[in-house]
Design a binder for this molecule. Structure first.
Ligand code: PGA
Length: 256
């Protein structure tokens, strides 16, 4: 059985003082539940202090983006070796805001994914269709393309997590139904099985993201191919993030 991962994408939120308060509350409220992995992804300026703040806990640290080169004249960018140096173990690549607001393309994301893995970190690779694409019946084609243009057999499956985040569900309060999520997750897994093999596909975690909240987390996480959540808005409130982690714990307990 895949261990669920609950990841918080802080996006462009929190000063240092606010971050300390949030992370301390998460630490204090985290039950001794070893059945769920927990990852926080604060903005760049908080990574080093948050690495200190999570020391000795089981909270892992990730970044929200990385440049594809290791160093160089790239004003305003941050590289994978720098993220590793700051204490990160994970990097989110291809978030829909990076694709749609900052114009990141499949060929760029393919380089970024390889930079993350080459730098010894794990990647959380985001995919998902827009509302127009869903309504045009193109969900399957879109997510398959997002996988094949970026992921390949050279990507070690044990370094890869996929996050399915329908764009229409991100920050809208309109989550995919558990059935909608399961349908796409199963499709993603079969695509991964075709690319690697069944055992590898069964080992890769596929997270759902898009308006995950305490009141819908358990039903989403109970789906057989939903292996965790990438949480935006709700991860900025300790009680909500903890409730989502607890929901993942209940799903694991119920399945035993
Ligand atoms: P949301 O964001 O939970 O606020 O919808 C999810 C995400 O963008 O990862």
């Amino acid at each position: 059985m895949r261990k669920p991962l609950i990841a918080g994408n802080w996006k462009m939120h929190k000063t240092l003082a606010e971050a300390r308060e949030l992370v301390n509350s998460i630490r204090d409220g985290l039950r001794d539940d070893a059945h769920v992995d927990v990852l926080i992804c604060p903005p760049f300026q908080l990574l080093a202090p948050m690495a200190k703040a999570v020391e000795g806990s089981r909270i892992m640290l990730g970044a929200q983006n990385a440049h594809e080169a290791s160093h160089g004249a790239f004003t305003g960018e941050v590289s994978v070796p720098m993220l590793a140096d700051a204490g990160c173990t994970h990097v989110i690549i291809g978030h829909s805001e990076r694709r749609h607001i900052f114009g990141e393309t499949g060929s760029l994301l393919a380089k970024k994914v390889r930079a993350v893995i080459g730098g010894g970190l794990e990647v959380v690779y985001c995919i998902g269709e827009t509302l127009e694409q869903r309504e045009a019946g193109r969900t399957q084609a879109v997510v398959e393309q997002q996988i094949t243009e970026v992921i390949g057999k050279d990507i070690a499956p044990d370094r890869l997590t996929v996050a399915y985040e329908p764009v229409w569900a991100i920050g809208t309060g309109r989550n995919a139904t558990p059935e909608q999520a399961q349908e796409v997750h199963a499709l993603v897994r079969s695509k991964l099985a075709a690319m690697y093999d069944r055992a590898a596909a069964d080992s890769i975690r596929i997270l759902y993201g898009g308006s995950v909240k305490p009141n819908n987390a358990e039903a989403l996480l109970a789906q057989p191919d939903v292996d965790g959540a990438l949480v935006g808005g709700a991860c900025l409130v300790a009680a909500d993030f903890l409730a989502i982690i607890a929901a993942a714990g209940s799903v694991v307990t119920a399945a035993r």
